[in-house]
Design a protein around this ligand. Structure first.
Ligand SMILES: C[S@@+](CC[C@H](N)C(=O)[O-])C[C@H]1O[C@@H](n2cnc3c(N)ncnc32)[C@H](O)[C@@H]1O
Length: 322
């Protein structure tokens, strides 16, 4: 994507989110401060500052795995979402434009599945608030209907807690969020149908629909659940499709996501074969299944340090062909 076609040109990204001289991302203060406060009130600082760079936590149904994932991976997931949204090096195709366009109407239906503690959607909304506060984007009233779908009740509770804390600042910037955090098991047909029904109910009055799937390759690939999830993902994308409907699939830049047999390669294949009736991936290069970008970000818990964040993203237009 060329600089000229970008709705959020890299040259207007505020220094509060991106320092071009050092190639360093800064999480929006709203989400960063909320994360630090919660880590401290939950007594998770030690866990949050001792990480194994070779094997990140993937979350899970128990309180323990949810807390570990929150303490050690929330900031990295948030940085990945921020890199996708800002795309300061013009490496992520239409990803940034997709989000900016979807939030330019009066009402958006945003589905985040699996939401975990909400790193992706809350980073998007906090960054949008920051861009509005910096007068880079207009402060027009925006109703956001957020559906956060997630297996772990502990993660859903955390997500609801974080939203309650960031909500007043979002409202100041004209962003009015109503939310539902629903139980969702991607391997279970009935649970998935419940989610799809909710999405349909909330999306009828929306100008735009955006489905965000972030950091699911750990579960789907490393735990070999892709086969069990396939039917449900098919249903979720099919029902999410329609007019002004989009999806962003965001993963770490790792083999399990981007290799020939990896998750994003499979997603790309699905949309060129059996899912092509209801969607098109916007990845243009030959032999590519996703856009790749990389940066560093300031660690909220250790602000004198930075860490690497790698992104592989597939922007998808969920348009029905017939
Ligand atoms: C790596 S986390 C990503 C969460 C969030 N999207 C993020 O970026 O922080 C993966 C999430 O998948 C959830 N999960 C695990 N098994 C699941 C299942 N069968 N159905 C739906 N979600 C599941 C986990 O509880 C965890 O929150």
């Amino acid at each position: 994507m060329k600089h000229k076609s970008r709705l959020l040109a890299p040259s207007i990204i505020p220094i509060s989110l991106w320092d071009p001289t050092r190639d360093v991302l800064k999480l929006p203060a709203l989400i960063s401060d909320t994360y630090i406060n919660l880590v401290d009130t939950m007594g998770l600082r030690e866990l949050g500052t001792t990480r194994d760079p070779k094997s990140g936590p993937v979350g899970g149904i128990s309180k323990e795995s949810t807390e570990q994932h929150f303490a050690q991976a929330f900031d990295g997931s948030a940085a990945r979402a921020l890199l996708a949204l800002l795309d300061p090096k013009l490496e992520a195709g239409s990803t940034s434009n997709t989000f900016i366009r979807c939030t330019a109407g009066n009402r958006i239906s945003l589905t985040d599945a699996p939401c975990g503690a909400g790193a992706a959607s809350f980073t998007f909304l906090s960054a949008l608030a920051e861009l509005r506060a910096e007068k880079i984007l207009p402060r027009l009233p925006l109703d956001v209907h957020l559906i956060g779908a997630e297996l772990s009740i502990h993660a859903r509770e955390l997500a609801a807690n974080i939203l309650a804390q960031i909500n007043p600042s979002l409202i100041e910037q004209g962003i009015f969020v109503s939310s539902e955090f629903v139980s969702w098991d991607v391997t279970n047909q009935n649970s998935n149908t419940d989610l799809v029904t909710k999405c349909i109910q909330t999306s009828t009055k929306s100008d735009y629909k955006l489905l965000v799937v972030a950091n699911f390759s750990g579960f789907l690939e490393r735990e070999s659940k892709r086969k069990d999830a396939k039917k449900q993902l098919d249903e979720l994308f099919r029902y999410a499709s329609g007019e002004r409907s989009f999806a962003l699939w965001i993963e770490p830049h790792m083999n399990s996501a981007t290799s020939g047999g990896g998750l994003l390669s499979w997603i790309h294949r699905q949309f060129t074969t059996i899912w092509k009736g209801f969607g098109t991936t916007e990845v243009n290069g030959e032999d590519e299944n996703s856009y790749i970008s990389e940066s560093r970000f300031l660690l909220p818990l250790q602000p004198s340090q930075t860490a690497r964040v790698g992104l592989a993203v597939v922007p998808i237009i969920l348009d029905r062909k017939s």
